[in-house]
Design a protein around this ligand. Structure first.
Ligand SMILES: [Zn+2]
Length: 183
């Protein structure tokens, strides 16, 4: 048997081991059955464990947080898109500079800058679309937090003594002078 370099069981080893244990248990439980029935039962249990392994493989990328894995947008990494965007924008600047210096004709400049602008816009759109749920959630949280102060301003300033509704920032009742501020 080859010596394993892994200190712990890998997920697939766990599923295989689980399947084998379950198969053994099945054989024990099914004692008294004919050999053919035991084999069929064992194969069923082993195949169920393989289904479990398949499910694990499909679900693990969804539940496992992998900070090292590059974020891909349309099969390309975000870093690659950012790099190309920077390159396109720099090319555009150089093109504008060359045109300003009179090195290239107006027609050529229009055509080339048009293509570069379209490419830059496409890349920016790809980057924006690939913002991901985390950024959307962060934005949502930020929006709610920024709304909180206005909710706080609506603190109860109704007078306990006479029941008059006072302004949100009132410290004393405008009707009877009773203290309504909570701070
Ligand atoms: Zn009052």
């Amino acid at each position: 048997m080859a010596q394993s370099t892994e200190p712990f069981l890998q997920p697939w080893q766990f599923f295989l081991l689980g399947g084998m244990l379950a198969a053994t248990a099945t054989v024990i439980v099914a004692t008294g059955q004919s050999p053919a029935n035991i084999i069929i039962l064992s194969l069923t249990v082993v195949s169920v464990s393989f289904v479990g392994l398949g499910a694990y493989r499909i679900l693990s990328p969804l539940v496992t947080d992998q900070p090292d894995a590059p974020i891909t947008i349309g099969g390309r990494t975000r870093v690659a898109l950012e790099r190309e965007k920077a390159l396109v924008l720099r090319s555009l600047k150089e093109l504008e500079f060359d045109f300003a210096m009179g090195k290239i004709a107006k027609a050529d400049f229009d055509e080339m800058s048009g293509k570069l602008r379209a490419r830059a816009l496409g890349l920016m759109r790809q980057l924006d679309a690939g913002g991901g749920y985390r950024e959307q959630i962060a934005k949502e949280v930020q929006t709610r937090l920024s709304q909180e102060p206005s909710i706080r301003l609506k603190a109860d300033t109704t007078c306990n003594a006479c029941g008059t509704d006072n302004d949100p920032d009132a410290r004393f009742c405008k009707n009877c002078g009773h203290r309504v501020s909570t701070d």
